[in-house]
Ligand binder design. Structure first.
Ligand code: 5GP
Length: 201
């Protein structure tokens, strides 16, 4: 019997490189799973249904909220996003560690209910640098860019409520720091004896 997995949450403003960091993490850490969120946002040309998100209608999202299917959900940049409880619980029950990449509102909701969750905030080196990166990325209209920058200021105010802050100054260095944090918890669990039948840590 496996011990239960641990939940890790990564947040940070749009354009901080969370997506790239996530890819590196999943190449480096075996048996780590990513929980695919549901969103009402429109699919982007480079995205795949069921890989990047489960893209759902507002009606469907509303039904899921009403039926309490979400571990957490929030409105971000004018669309709704949520983490399906049953997906996360199934992975944790299998003994797998799970990563959520969700916004500050969702992360703090989960942390307040489940203190064992490890929360990590990915910060840009500065707001100027973030603005440059978002402009270079070119995926947002000027209006969307303004919304994301306003949200970035709000999100950075909450950075200190996270267990860890990783500054993404250089992607390789930030990825090493991030995987170091995650591995620290995983090796503690191994040392405590996975397979011993212990319940939650
Ligand atoms: P994007 O639309 O650029 O993929 O994501 C926008 C924001 O929504 C990001 O900050 C991302 O972390 C957040 N997000 C993605 N999935 C979820 C979720 O399930 N719950 C919450 N609360 N935020 C999410």
């Amino acid at each position: 019997m496996n011990s239960r997995g641990r939940l890790f949450i990564m947040s940070g403003p749009a354009g901080t490189g969370k997506g790239t960091l996530r890819k590196i993490l999943f190449e480096e850490i075996p048996d780590f799973v990513y929980s695919i969120s549901c969103t009402t946002r429109k699919i982007r040309p480079d995205e795949t249904e069921g890989v990047d998100y489960h893209f759902v209608s507002k009606d469907e999202f509303g039904r899921m909220v009403a039926e309490d299917e979400f571990l957490e959900w929030a409105e971000v940049h004018g669309s709704y996003y949520g983490t399906r409880r049953r997906d996360v619980e199934a992975f944790l029950d299998e003994g797998k560690d799970v990563l959520l990449e969700i916004d500050v509102q969702g992360a703090l909701q989960v942390k307040s209910r489940e203190p064992d969750v490890v929360t990590i905030f990915i910060s840009p080196p500065s707001l100027d640098e973030l603005e440059n990166r978002l402009e270079d990325r070119g995926t947002e209209s000027p209006e969307q860019l303004a919304v994301r920058l306003r949200n970035a200021v709000m999100e950075m105010r909450h950075a200190r409520e996270y267990d860890y802050i990783v500054v993404n100054d250089k992607i390789g260095r930030a990825a090493d720091e991030l995987s170091g944090i995650i591995e620290k918890y995983r090796s503690r669990r191994k040392a405590a004896g996975v397979g011993s039948g212990r319940g939650n840590e």
